[in-house]
Design a protein around this ligand. Sequence first.
Ligand code: CP
Ligand code: NVA
Length: 310
Amino acid sequence: MKPGDSLMKHYLQFKDLRAEEYAYLFERTREIKKRFKNYEKYQPLVDRTLAMIFEKASTRTRVSFEAGMYQMGGSVVHLTTGDTQLGRAEPVEDSARVISRMVDIVMIRTYEQAKLEAFAAHSRVPVINGLTNEYHPCQILADIFTFIEHRGAIHGKTVAWVGDGNNMAHTWLQAAEILGFKVHVSTPGGYEVDAAVAGVTDASCYRVFKDPLEACRGAHLVTTDVWTSMGYEAENDARLKAFADWCVDDRLMGVARGDALFMHCLPAHRGEEVAASVIDGPQSVVWDEAENRMHAQKALMEYLLLGRIG
Ligand code: CP
Ligand code: NVA
């Protein structure tokens, strides 16, 4: 794909790809991971450059994109608000025009989704959402791949979401609608998911529960996230009080299916949103989830830059 190609795709929200594209990406992720595990060199992106723009902190997203791009033969430019003109009010549209003339693909972690979309609208190259206040599609891509690895197809399954109605929750709802599973959501009052933000048109893809225990009953997967996301730190004290009953502990895991998995995008706070016995217990697949960020994003970058292989 060349810059400005009419077939150029961005990945700004989970719903930017269709179910059959996800089926393809999960298959490519499996293949790319297998090659990595076998120490097989696979370098389809020689001479390609990824720019990563971080306006918020990151461990997994940075390492997974950076290591993944180098493994595929490409290179990476790492930019932050503090050391670029982005932090000195250069318009995002101008930054997009400039950066996208010099690199082949861009990953952005920022605050408002609108800023990411403004960048994408002025970019000559594909743009990937590395987390915004509204969505975290790369994480859900890796999470669903992880579920498939452990349990097979997610279609028809039930995912319990316990905690904040945040970027992760909204992305799970989008994914449920596209891939045909159900999300049982339980959040404290005032922190509900917003169907308009999630952009779901079929309300049957999720169900809201007051009691987190009821949300977890019979679930195939139980998942949660921090009570205070990046950018919301000023609300931390109020959130600590409001979320006290939304901790995934053994009682909640006990009503899920016996073979239910536990996921958390990390970083985690043991004793807040998850008990140590759960995140460090036998049902937890959080380390696979983190590793799979890299394999899934390699498949995603390959797809956005080269289209379908073979
Ligand atoms: N899960 C995730 O996106 O982690 P980082 O914030 O460390 O990138
Ligand atoms: N919801 C969290 C996810 C961190 C990976 C945040 O936005 O901070």
